[in-house]
Design a protein around this ligand. Structure first.
Ligand code: SF4
Length: 348
């Protein structure tokens, strides 16, 4: 398995450092992503899991610099891609990277595919934006890409329009577009959520196959831990804008540490159990404007909450070998540096 945290031998392809992304609401900025740090190594698949509103999609839009103009903004931290801080890149600089070095696919391909252009035209546009090829060469590449993502009748499909394809086929087209210039990193935001279970499995298998064939890294964003189990190496669990647990996928499933992850785990359907209703997590993720400033952001939903969880902000710390969690249950693992830092209460 790929080494977990970046090392000299295995330099990260992407390094997100203390990222803070905010949204302007009524003239004030509120952070939807708060101090998120992680690495993606070459050829690694990192899953980012959490409910909607946890900041996972905002985090990926920050990496791509696709935040809504004038509303969303990177307010702190950095995003290094191949050693360059791209968080300060201009639109023009990002246009040179997007689609070429870093690509993204979304949950609903119809929002990304243009209904009035043929499939072939749209794939060729991506290729011609970044590579000096003739239209004929780009068409040949488009057909080859469609074949690579398992689309039958590729020569015919390039002349068709998005509405003529099924949801699963449209997602395959999106993947073909995303890999058209052989990016080093693919960000897949809920790529299978809109698809039925059988097609979901096929798309995940396809992504894994392409990752291996192209030596690509993937950030897979999902609300579904079951999807993570299928193809990811490492998992980040996000809650209310922060990473609350990080581990290799096997370790996370064998021994989840954070109470939120435990509840997410209970919400995964199990083939061998006959349950009428899946477990759900009571309550909602706090909104960005009502985010607790001190204490654990999960406290009002956590079955293991203690009084001090409202007063002490948990730190992400190593709680087992290569396994981190941010929870007061593991406070003894926090770095002490002589005196434990606590917010809101005196050191106990
Ligand atoms: Fe639950 Fe407290 Fe841990 Fe937060 S810090 S997850 S409230 S036990």
């Amino acid at each position: 398995m790929t080494a977990m945290y970046g090392s000299k031998e295995n330099t990260p392809l992407l390094r997100v450092k203390n990222l803070q992304t905010g949204f302007k609401i009524d003239g004030d900025y509120y952070n939807a992503v708060e101090g998120v740090s992680f690495d993606v190594l070459p050829k690694q698949i990192v899953g980012v899991v959490g409910e909607s509103g946890c900041g996972k999609s905002v985090m990926s839009l920050s990496i791509m610099q696709l935040l809504p103009n004038g509303i969303g903004k990177i307010r702190g931290g950095g995003i290094e891609f191949e050693g360059q801080d791209i968080s300060t890149y201009s639109d023009k600089q990002m246009n040179g990277i997007r689609g070429k070095d870093i690509s993204m696919i979304f949950q609903e391909p119809m929002t990304s595919l243009n209904p009035v252009f043929t499939i072939g035209y749209q794939i060729e546009e991506v290729i011609l934006n970044h590579e000096k090829l003739t239209k004929k060469e780009a068409r040949l590449r488009s057909v080859a890409l469609l074949k690579q993502v398992g689309i039958p009748r590729a020569e015919q499909i390039v002349t068709e329009y998005p509405h003529q394809l099924s949801g699963g086929m449209r997602q395959r087209v999106m993947i073909a577009m995303a890999i058209a210039c052989q990016p080093k990193l693919l960000i897949a935001d809920e790529p299978t959520t809109a698809l039925d279970v059988t097609v979901q499995a096929q798309i995940l298998e396809l992504l894994k196959g392409i990752q291996e064939a192209n030596d690509m890294s993937i950030i897979l964003i999902t609300h579904d831990l079951g999807v993570v189990a299928e193809i990811c190496d490492e998992v980040l669990v996000m809650y209310a804008g922060k990473i609350v647990e990080r581990a290799y996928v096997d370790d996370l499933f064998r021994d989840p540490k954070h109470p939120y992850t435990e509840l997410l785990m209970k919400a995964i359907p199990k083939m061998d159990e006959d349950v009428e209703e899946l477990a759900t997590i009571e309550g909602l993720v706090p909104s960005v404007i009502n985010m607790p400033q001190v204490g654990c952001r999960f406290a009002n939903r956590c079955p293991k909450a203690m009084a001090e969880c409202l007063m002490v902000t948990p730190q992400l710390a190593e709680v087992a070998d290569r396994h981190e969690a941010a929870c007061l249950l593991y406070e003894e693992s926090w770095p002490t540096d002589g005196k434990r830092e606590r917010e809101g209460v005196a050191a106990l």
